[in-house]
Design a protein around this ligand. Structure first.
Ligand SMILES: *Cc1c(COP(=O)(O)O)cnc(C)c1O
Length: 366
């Protein structure tokens, strides 16, 4: 394992006065290994073109002379660009941006969660939701998705009525299963949830034709928050920009918890340049969706179980010893993710060459 691949573990001395509820916890740890084919963190495999690299360099050069000053605390121009990108009649007042949608989620928990409050999610789902929840001092309630990783409205409503959480997390398309939610389920949740409803749409751009976004539900639902990110389809994971769309009152509430100047001037200008080049950056989405659908078909042809995917990754199984299969694939230079329900593995969709390497590695590792 490389330095980054090592699990840091809880190595602090026992007399370090760390919070009781953090004692013994493990840090978030998707291994960052130096292998030829990395298909483990759902990034867009296509790097920025030389033309975009040039535009990014120029944009940073233009603001570099002003880096002695703090950036625009409200990131207003970036929020305008994001509103324009999302469409749906949204304005900058309804948008908020931060360092990755993880920071967005953290701010939501700081404003709407906290001690004595709870957040509920339907697992298997994104592992950072319970982690950020716990670190914010909020109680986590683990509800469950259906057998096929979908979420029927009735099941969701029953869980919310039973627990009355302050925050509900819905992930659509879901990570690590790839499953998108039907709008009816989200609407049903909005009708009964006593607090905020967060729909994490990190993979929205990859959804199949006809799969709706919760953005269309924003009018008339002031407690709905839709989160998005530039880390996945937008091919800007290294920039760290996530954002949300919600009622302006939600954006106002988040001002109470955000750190001043949280989004650097470099981040803001790089993100704005990327949005200006969105046709190029999102140009690969079509190809990635086709590659995904091909991968799902191929895995099923191999006799494996595969969850339907509206994202840029695929969950497949089942393996009685998934660690052995994961390690076998890694030994062939392909890193995928050991995540989700115990007998399943997740692979991100890469370039055609990367997928060929994955298919060959899997065939030899089963
Ligand atoms: C990758 C991912 C995120 C994105 O995190 P960033 O902090 O924006 O990079 C958020 N939600 C889900 C479900 C994800 O899979």
């Amino acid at each position: 394992m490389t330095k980054n691949g090592e699990q840091a573990g809880a190595t602090f001395s026992t007399d370090l006065p760390i919070r009781d509820d953090l004692r013994g916890r493990e840090p978030y740890g998707a291994p960052q290994l130096d292998v030829p084919v990395r298909l483990n963190t759902n990034e867009n495999p296509y790097p920025p073109s030389p033309r975009l690299v040039d535009a990014l360099s120029r944009a940073v050069a233009e603001i570099a002379g002003g880096l002695n000053r703090y950036p625009d605390r409200d990131a207003l121009e970036l929020r305008k660009d994001l509103a324009d990108y999302l469409g749906n009649g949204l304005t900058a007042r309804q948008l908020w941006a931060a360092n990755g949608s993880n920071e967005i989620i953290q701010q939501i928990l700081q404003a709407f969660g906290g001690s004595g409050r709870t957040a509920l999610g339907f697992e298997p789902s994104y592992s950072m939701h319970p982690i950020i929840t716990a670190v914010s001092g909020t109680g986590w309630i683990n509800a469950h998705r259906d057998e096929d990783f979908g979420l029927e409205a009735a099941r969701a409503v029953a869980a919310i009525e039973e627990h009355r959480p302050d925050i509900v997390f819905l992930t659509s398309p879901n990570n690590p299963t790839g499953t998108a939610l039907r709008l009816e389920a989200i609407e049903a949740v909005l009708r009964v949830a006593p607090g905020m409803v967060v729909v994490d749409e990190a993979y929205a751009e990859f959804r199949r034709e006809g799969t709706p976004s919760a953005l269309s539900l924003l009018p008339g639902n002031p407690r709905l928050i839709v989160t998005r990110t530039m880390s996945k389809a937008f091919a800007m994971a290294g920039t760290r920009v996530g954002y949300l769309a919600a009622d302006p009152s939600v954006v106002d509430a988040l001002q109470l918890v955000r750190l001043p100047y949280h989004l650097s001037a470099v981040t803001q200008t790089v993100a704005r340049t990327a949005i200006a080049y969105r046709d190029e950056l999102l140009g690969a989405v079509e190809a990635l969706r086709a590659e995904r659908d091909g991968l799902v078909g191929w895995l099923r042809g191999e006799g494996l179980e595969v969850a339907d995917s509206d994202a840029n990754f695929v969950l497949f199984g089942r393996f009685t010893d998934r660690r052995r299969v994961w390690q076998g694939i890694l030994d062939h230079g392909v890193l995928i993710r050991e995540v989700g329900p115990p007998e399943w593995l997740r692979v991100s969709v890469g370039t055609p060459e990367e997928m060929a390497a994955f298919r060959a590695a899997l065939k030899e590792s089963r």
